[in-house]
Design a protein around this ligand. Structure first.
Ligand code: CO8
Length: 262
């Protein structure tokens, strides 16, 4: 799946909605067992949430937008598909969220690319379920430090702290993603070797099912925490971002982004 929402693959309401629909189609298609998530835009994986959806709009809009953000995270985090992120560009905040939900993350070795949860630099706070995903991936101490400081890591540091699993030369990122996918899905073929030919399809299904159940066992408690308080999470975020001081911070940040272009 190649993201294409120029200029920076920001996660607008429309993009989030299309993303969820595309993912659902793949989930429902029995022949698909895995998806590689990557970008079609040079140098950008995703700039994260579209800040224009969180600035200068009304509470009903913020609520609709946040529900779509939750939905994308839930679908990705609990996907029965094997997800590989091929991070071929900058991946702050919501871009990092997408990567963190994957089963495996590969980043292109380009020091200009960064990944991390930089919310605190914008004067906002990562939601608890994104914090939990981060903790599940890199551990409590590293997550706490990175979140408080809003750290954005270049590839070598991202690898060191565990935000990504592997860093490869930029021109090899897609072939690497395909080979990792093949390796993970080979579990099913390995299982089938132990059976007679006519039974092998059943065993592949069983092995795939067992991988999915294992993934679900590892992630369900984190997802359930949000599912149990989805509406409260929406209300929290809506009242938080509706505050004048937060709107002001977002305004300043957006202005800075524009000024950067001169
Ligand atoms: N949302 C909306 N517009 C954006 C965003 C964004 N996230 N990022 C960039 N843009 C816009 C810029 O304003 C600019 O607009 P224009 O063309 O009108 O001037 C255009 O996209 C191109 O941007 P750049 O010139 O900066 O492009 P570069 O290629 O130089 O840099 C980067 C790309 C590195 C991605 C850079 O744009 C950047 O750092 N963007 C901001 C990324 C960011 O901080 N994202 C955080 C979003 S918040 C989030 O995802 C989780 C929030 C959790 C919410 C909690 C609520 C309580």
């Amino acid at each position: 799946m190649k993201f294409r929402n120029p200029p920076v693959n920001s996660l607008s309401l429309e993009f989030l909605t299309e993303f969820v629909i595309s993912l659902e189609k793949l989930e429902n298609e029995k022949t698909f067992r895995g998806v590689i998530l990557t970008s079609d835009l040079p140098g950008i994986f995703s700039a994260g949430l579209d800040l224009r959806e969180m600035y200068g709009r009304n509470p009903a809009h913020y609520a609709e937008f946040w529900k779509a953000v939750q939905e994308l995270w839930l679908r990705l985090y609990m996907s029965k598909l094997m997800l590989v992120s091929a991070i071929n560009g900058a991946s702050p905040a919501g871009g990092c969220l997408i990567a963190l939900t994957s089963d495996y993350r590969i980043m292109a070795d380009n020091p200009k690319y960064i990944i991390g949860l930089n919310e605190s630099l914008l004067g906002i706070i990562a939601p608890f379920w994104l914090k939990d995903t981060f903790v599940n991936t890199i551990g409590h101490r590293a997550a706490e430090r990175a979140l408080q400081l809003g750290m954005l890591f270049p590839p070598a540091e991202a690898l060191k702290v565990g935000v990504v699993d592997e860093v490869v030369p930029e021109d090899q990122i897609h072939s690497k993603a395909r080979s990792v996918m093949a390796q993970w899905l080979a579990l099913e073929q390995v299982a089938s070797l132990y059976m007679h030919e006519k039974e092998s399809t059943d065993v592949e299904n069983v092995a795939n099912h067992s991988r999915q159940l294992t993934k679900s066992m590892m992630r369900k408690a984190t997802a359930d925490k949000l599912i149990k308080q989805r509406e409260a999470d929406i209300q929290n975020v809506v009242s938080f971002i509706s505050q004048d001081s937060i709107q002001k911070s977002l305004h300043v940040y957006l202005k800075k982004l524009k000024q950067k272009r001169g």
